[in-house]
Write a protein that binds this ligand. Structure first.
Ligand SMILES: Cc1cc2nc3c(=O)[nH]c(=O)nc-3n(C[C@H](O)[C@H](O)[C@H](O)COP(=O)(O)OP(=O)(O)OC[C@H]3O[C@@H](n4cnc5c(N)ncnc54)[C@H](O)[C@@H]3O)c2cc1C
Length: 416
């Protein structure tokens, strides 16, 4: 089904009875060219670009729950490309460019809103670090703008500039950053892949891998074995659990990350704002709710709900820059499972088992990566070669000493 102004008009005259389910519910076939494990944003975008860019359509996406039940439907929807290192920055800039054309590309309203992302700085050394980051962004054509205090005051007059502990001195502003309606992204990619012939199979947990003499020949699932020439795993927070079934140990820990939404308020935030002296970020949804988050919970977990110490920490961060939010009531909160890699950067790579590929380690920030991740993973699966912007996202980079330590924090997941 295609969407158009004419179609909406016609449906409005006929009681909206012509709309059809957005994707099919096929039974799994006995074999495919490629099986993608995980129907989150990355698995679905991989399937979409395999079909769209490479014409590979004998593909199944196997999802243990329902589409959108993982982080793709749980995140705080922020997109940006304000990365610094050559292993990351061109990749995230490609992703932002893909976001910019995405809705036209898959003919689905994903509410891509380039309302800007502002990272606050609170000290001279932090300003210098942002200048460096901004210059690195420019190298791949991104759009950093360094704002001094007056510039931030103009944009966000409501911030607590003279906080005794964390005075605001300015910010790094990326006008092309913003927010996207997260679950619409899953639905749009699912629909686009399904229309091109990809089978999206929900409620089909992968329980093991069919490995014969070091070659992966398919998967065991809750609905029986399915064979494939290649198996591509993109299960985010479940990465270490799933890859352990193939005997692979990853440099990844799973942690809970919580998100929060306040009651609806009049429009006040111009875009996304992040605190520079603690972990707090906030935007305002189109319905008016303040959508915010902060640090991961402090211990490893596979539970999709968090605990109170992180709630307190996030709210303290918010109060330090925006005391006015102390009056807002919290409406909802939830947790998602994030796959924290030990240098804060992701993996898009083949594994030591022939035919088994891995995509993960997205930490706090894999939603913004969704388009480029699928684009590059599909490239790797279809051509056998890493896409140039994802070439450094290798699983053996720790062994080779080629870390992509974006923040220079080492193996300290909560600081990535
Ligand atoms: C609270 C929160 C806020 C966030 N905010 C942002 C943000 O603002 N910006 C940003 O860029 N990123 C953000 N992120 C991170 C981002 O959401 C993730 O990095 C990204 O969504 C992960 O990729 P995914 O969409 O493929 O994951 P998921 O949607 O989690 O997809 C993985 C899928 O694999 C399935 N699966 C697991 N095991 C199996 C199995 N054995 N068999 C079959 N299927 C399986 C799961 O059910 C799941 O649906 C946030 C994350 C959280 C939790």
């Amino acid at each position: 089904m295609a969407y158009s102004a004419f179609r909406i008009f016609r449906e409005s005259l006929t009681g909206n009875r012509g709309w059809k389910p957005v994707w099919r519910e096929p039974e799994p076939r006995p074999d495919y060219d490629i099986i993608i494990v995980g129907g989150g944003g990355h698995g679905l975008s991989t399937a979409y670009y395999l079909a769209r860019n490479h014409g590979i359509t004998r593909v199944a996406v196997l999802e243990k729950g329902w589409l959108g039940s993982g982080n793709v439907g749980r995140n705080t929807t922020i997109i940006r490309s304000n990365y610094m290192l050559p292993g990351n920055q061109p990749f995230y800039e490609l992703s932002l460019k893909l976001w910019e054309g995405l809705e036209q590309d898959f003919n689905f309203n994903a509410m891509v809103s380039q309302r800007g992302v502002l990272n606050l700085y609170h000290s001279d050394p932090q300003r210098d670090a942002f200048v460096r980051r901004g210059n690195a962004m420019k190298l791949s054509g991104a759009d950093p703008v360094l704002l001094d205090e007056a510039g931030v005051r103009k944009l966000c007059p409501f911030l607590d500039f003279d906080n005794a502990r964390f005075p605001i001195r300015g910010g790094l502003w990326q006008p092309r950053g913003g927010t996207v309606r997260h679950d619409a992204v899953a639905w749009g990619y699912a629909r686009g892949a399904d229309r091109r012939g990809v089978d999206i199979i929900q409620n089909c947990e992968v329980t093991g891998f069919l490995i014969d003499s070091g070659v992966c020949k398919g998967v065991e699932t809750a609905r029986g074995p399915i064979r494939a020439k290649s198996v591509a795993v993109a299960v985010a927070g479940s990465s270490s659990r799933v890859m352990a079934k193939a005997g692979i140990r990853l440099p990844i820990e799973s942690h809970v990350l919580q998100a929060f939404v306040s009651e609806g308020l009049k429009p006040v935030l111009p875009g996304v704002i992040t605190f520079g002296a603690g972990h707090f970020y906030v935007s305002q949804s189109d319905k008016g709710g303040l959508v915010f988050g902060g640090d991961i919970d402090g211990y490893n977990s596979y539970a999709q709900r968090g605990n109170l110490p992180a709630v307190e920490d996030v709210c303290e961060g918010g109060m330090a820059i925006m005391p006015m939010i102390g009056r807002a009531r919290l409406l909802r909160m939830w947790g998602g499972l994030v796959d924290m890699s030990m240098d804060g950067s992701a993996f898009i790579d083949r594994t030591e088992i022939d035919g088994l590929f891995f995509n993960g380690g997205w930490c706090y920030g894999g939603f913004k990566a969704t388009p480029a991740s699928g684009f590059c993973f599909a490239h790797l699966l279809a051509t056998g070669e890493s896409h140039p912007v994802a070439r450094q996202m290798r699983l053996d980079r720790f062994r080779r000493g080629k870390l992509i330590d974006e923040k220079g924090q080492g193996a300290q997941p909560n600081l990535h």
